[in-house]
Design a protein around this ligand. Sequence first.
Ligand code: HEC
Length: 497
Amino acid sequence: MKIALRLFVLLITLAGGVYLGKVFFGRSTSIPAPMPNYFKASSSSADSSAMGAGVVTGRTFNIKPGQSIQEAVGKAKPGDLIRIFPGVYHETVYVDKDNISIQGVIDGGEWPVLDGEKKLNDAVLYSGNGVLVENLKITNYKGNGIMGQAGNNYIIRNNWIVGSGVYGIFPQFGKNGLVERNILTGIEDAAIYIGMCDNVDVRFNEVYGNVAGIEIENSRHALVEFNYAHNNTGGILAFLTPGLPIKTCADVIIRNNYVYNNNTKNFGAVGSTVSHIPKGTGVLVMAADDVTIENNIIFGNTNSGITITDYAFAGINHANDPDSDPYPDRLTLLDNFMDNNGTDPIDEVKVLKKATFAKPGLDIIAAGGGNGNCIVNPDRYITIGLSKYASCPPHDTHLVTSYMLDKPVRPRATTDLEKGKMTYYGVCSGCHSYNTRLIGPPVSVIQAMYKGNAKGIYDFITKPTHKRDDYPEMPPQNYLSEETRKAVADFILTVQK
Ligand code: HEC
């Protein structure tokens, strides 16, 4: 298995090298993808896996309606560009290679549309590094719009994702990424979901009519800036969620955003973390550390403008994960424009308000523990629970213009164990939990059935057969590489709680 993996990596590297050595541009009649200026450094590098997204050094494939995007991805080599012309496509695109650019062509206002027809789970899934996805309209998928797994140096921009599943844009476990100028609506969980990532900029996006607009979860060094988050249940969130393999969420700057009227009734799946978010939540920080909230306009959110909470107040049980620190520490609340928030808070907040005889309305509530937090000019706002907050020393974040890195980073070296773990938490746990029934049967039941038989699990997930009348069919997982399927089959047998 290790040998197969090495061989695969070698092939990818060789292929990348060969194509980098040739010049294909002259042969194409199409316009090359604009090269984003974020990554200039390494187009001359022989190591294609450390190239930035959107650097096109290879061939261009032009895909028209009736043709398959996936087929082109299958033929593509690192450095190639796949252009998708206007029209409707019903497919899931899996990108398991490095440096593939997927670019919609917008022509006279016509966009390419990926339509899952409420049958397909995901529109675009990538696990390669240096992947660019831009200019697509994505609708009617049940799971993810654009999801990445362990792909570094990604760019996801200029996409519309409308009424499409549980997560809209969901880079998971990737380093050095950019999510900008996307519009997302009608997503049941988080529209933009930065999960277990490092060094990411999320900017100039509009998110509305979702349960969670933008969620930074268990990630580090995230800049969330110039976004318009309105009419969600919760606008912008920074969460440390227990039970995940990454145990910190820290160094998040939430700056220059418009966070308006996030008063949509919560329509998240029962039991999901976001189903606990009260409607009327502007910005929500749960157990994340070193979060700076600066220069936002936070207006008309009926529960509270900014909510800062530990696990206990949020009703999150973390008994199974003692490594997750339940408290939000070292928060910096700088100047923000806040008004007309907290006009109709949830009952727990009403009780707190009564106890403090506060004026009507609520801009900021800090509930539960947390240390080293500070605020500038607290008297400007209507607040609860800030008595322990110090006055911030003179400070702003203008020196941070981006959290992306100057140069693309190398791919994450993932061991089989990490791969299995990531895939379990990233893919399987959406439908399987340890001891309760979700969409699929509990993991404890699977473990009892398949004790010592990882191969049996591998075979099943590669080509599931319908077994239980009272459950839907499980979608095949054969888009995951053989190694990944083996790794997750091993891992699911070791999951405890
Ligand atoms: C979209 C939801 C979904 C996802 C994602 C999912 N499963 Fe399932 N899984 C199901 C459903 C539904 C069943 C029950 C199917 C049946 O009984 O016909 C099931 C059943 C199973 C079974 C039991 C097979 C048997 O012999 O009864 C195993 C093992 C399994 N899943 C493993 C996995 C693994 C590993 C992953 C992650 C790579 C995964 N599943 C991802 C929905 C899902």
